[in-house]
Design a protein around this ligand. Sequence first.
Ligand SMILES: *Cc1c(COP(=O)(O)O)cnc(C)c1O
Length: 374
Amino acid sequence: MLPYGRQSIDDDDIAAVVETLRGDWLTIGPQVAAFEKDLEAWTDGVGVAVVSNGTAALHTAYAAAGIRPGDEVVTSPMTFVATASTAIAQGATVVFADTEDDTANLDPAAAQAAVTGRTKVIAAIDYAGHPAEYDELRKVADNAGALLLADAAHAIGSTYRGRAVGSLADLTTFSFFPTKNLTTAEGGAVAALDPVILDRARKFRSIGMVREQDRLRHPDVGGWHQEVHEFGLNYRLPDVLCALGRSQLKRLGGFKSRRTELVARYHELLADVPGLRLPVQRAWVDPAWHLYPVRVLDGRRREVFDRMRAAGIGVQVNYIPVYWHPVFEDLGYRRGMCPNAERFYAEELSLPLFPALTDADQDRVVAALHEILG
Ligand SMILES: *Cc1c(COP(=O)(O)O)cnc(C)c1O
């Protein structure tokens, strides 16, 4: 089966991991800070804390933002469930706001309409790698006195009005799962504009442990002493995986170019397939495309999904609207709340897209679609 997404691991990646395995530090060693430093080249210098996965990155970001019971988080339902579920883990109430019809990103006007006096975070998603409308969302967040969060699990390497994803929101989260734009097997990161918030993120991912002598409440106990001031979890990313991430980062520019080429090729080769709507791109963004999400019209998505899978082409659907998950139904969320997102879900199909996809593989995908819809 041709997958819809796949990692790209080369001999340098393997050598970097092996070298770290032979060294002194498998975790909490020098590769962690080095990977964080390297990531800053992709966030326009904004500080980064690496964590164990993208879900942990979201949980850490909400914790660092100070999300507590009674707070509200406004987000879009067109995302992976973790964007919302980790806010609920912090005790927040999640308020869903609808998406733009064409990009499937959080609609700033809908976000504005969802804001209340309790809104603490507005969380946008860079769906498929296409950055959300950050200048507009910034106004909404500032007016609400809320922090702006970007779930950029799809979008490391993308830019918006010439600025890097990672520098656009108060908090940005990344995932390094194998299907994403770069991988550490499992891994993730939080970028934060405010160094105080970044420090809270670093504490949260490390059990909340305070070791700095000048910050201890009881500084004279002895050299072994450390303290917990706020609860945290163990969301650390080990050195072995940070070494893999550093090696992968060297290739991120190349991954982005190949993804860009493949997207241009899909645009061209699928332009005349009837009943298909292709993804759009705003003039002011330069996406590192993670997905190629087409829309299958006329109620034929399920048929196309099944026939593509039967032909050995691993298409995917991204995503079921978050509040359709039974756990949200049980909390009282009802279908119909975000019609654009629901219509998008009903039509969406992600075609294979990853750096090692060959032109021949892609031709096969295109031929199968022509055959089914042509
Ligand atoms: C992948 C993903 C996550 C979660 O990342 P993991 O590393 O799989 O935990 C969160 N949000 C979005 C939009 C994602 O695509």
